[in-house]
Design a protein around this ligand. Structure first.
Ligand SMILES: NC(=O)c1ccc[n+]([C@@H]2O[C@H](COP(=O)([O-])OP(=O)(O)OC[C@H]3O[C@@H](n4cnc5c(N)ncnc54)[C@H](OP(=O)(O)O)[C@@H]3O)[C@@H](O)[C@H]2O)c1
Length: 324
């Protein structure tokens, strides 16, 4: 595994990290969960990403992860970076959502209980809250670090401008912004227009991208249709009807290009994501060990050349929208 320094901090993160948004909920197979986490750890994936609401049901991923930490990963806590988040709807009423001090403090206490941990390594505010002063949200994050419940703090899905403001408040509080987590893939490039990586470099924060495979679109999964055991077949976070014929044609062209360069499509997508050295880690999901292993092989592939990136841009630009 390659590790990269997370911004101007002392923390190294693996270039590929594993997220537990899907595949670790109630109803998912415990043996597969254990096998995926054990394989990831054996391969040097030392960073596991959670959130209070990951499931289904909400909290289930943290509970299942805690069990596996006490099981197959027992004794390895100090070799593992655990991140969790609060900021999306988690429990009923006005305090189980967004970014008040009330909500963040209660949520992290719940997360620690569910996972059976004394502290998490990274605690994120999961999404910007237009209704709460940023000073309050960042103040709560800083206080949780001072209380020893989190070692570092992060933010997720903040604009570049709000990131700059958040980083300044955190710096004044004495708890620097460690990391920003945002969606980024060949099919989701909004952060480029916002110049987010420039701002992260300026404030000394690292970057973790989520859904780098566009929830599985940038793999062989949907090249011919929607398999019944796929995320799109569940029609929740990835809608089957968003995979239009035009999008499928584009995915097939990307797959052909990948094959012409000796890459599998997810290897190409992850190498493409990591082409900017300022990017600390890409956060993949996997519903089975074989997917994780295929994704990890991206790190054995050579970096993409500027000509490769131009060819990919040409395929993405051709035929218009279809971005997700
Ligand atoms: N901060 C935020 O707001 C936020 C939002 C979203 C995600 N995240 C984080 O980012 C993590 C990753 O997100 P994601 O799960 O959307 O990432 P992703 O890597 O883009 O998609 C993962 C899904 O793609 C499929 N897949 C992965 N590798 C494959 C392969 N080699 N071949 C075929 N199919 C493959 C699997 O779905 P199937 O079920 O079809 O097999 C897998 O569950 C999450 O777990 C979470 O930690 C954070």
């Amino acid at each position: 595994m390659d590790y990269a320094r997370c911004g101007r901090s002392g923390l190294l993160l693996p270039r590929i990290s594993l997220g537990l948004w899907h595949n670790f909920g109630d109803g998912d197979d415990p043996a597969t969960m254990r096998a995926v986490l054990a394989r990831a750890f054996d391969a040097g994936v030392t960073h596991f990403d959670l959130a209070n609401n990951y499931g289904p049901g909400p909290g289930a991923a943290e509970r299942n992860f805690g069990e596996i930490l006490r099981g197959v990963l027992r004794g390895h806590r100090d070799e593992i970076v655990v991140s969790t988040k609060a900021g999306h709807e988690m429990w009923p009423g006005p305090y189980g959502d967004w970014g008040s001090r009330k909500s963040l403090v209660a949520s992290l206490d719940q997360s620690l209980r569910r996972m059976g941990l004394d502290y998490v390594d990274i605690f994120y505010h999961h999404r910007p809250d237009p209704g709460t002063p940023l000073e309050e949200t960042m103040g709560a994050l800083s206080d949780l670090v001072r209380q020893g419940k989190a070692l570092y703090v992060g933010i997720s899905k903040y604009s570049a401008a709000d990131t700059r403001r958040a980083a300044a408040i955190l710096k004044a509080n004495g708890t620097p912004l460690l990391v920003h987590q945002f969606r980024y893939s060949m099919l989701s490039r909004a952060s480029e227009g916002d110049r987010l990586l420039d701002v992260l470099e300026e404030v000394g924060a690292g970057s973790v991208t989520f859904s780098p495979l566009a929830q599985g679109l940038l793999t062989a999964r949907y090249l011919k249709g929607v398999p019944p055991d796929s995320r799109a077949a569940k029609n929740a976070f990835l809608k089957a009807d968003s995979i239009t014929p035009a999008l499928r044609a584009k995915l097939n062209r990307l797959n052909d290009f990948a094959a012409s360069r000796g890459f599998a499509l997810p290897e190409l997508a992850l190498r493409w994501n990591l082409r900017d050295p300022r990017l600390t880690s890409v956060l993949v999901g996997a519903s089975r060990v074989s997917q994780l292993e295929e994704n990890l092989r991206a790190l054995d592939r050579p970096p993409l050349s500027p000509a490769d990136c131009d060819a990919i841009d040409a395929i993405l630009a051709d035929g218009g929208v279809d971005m997700v």
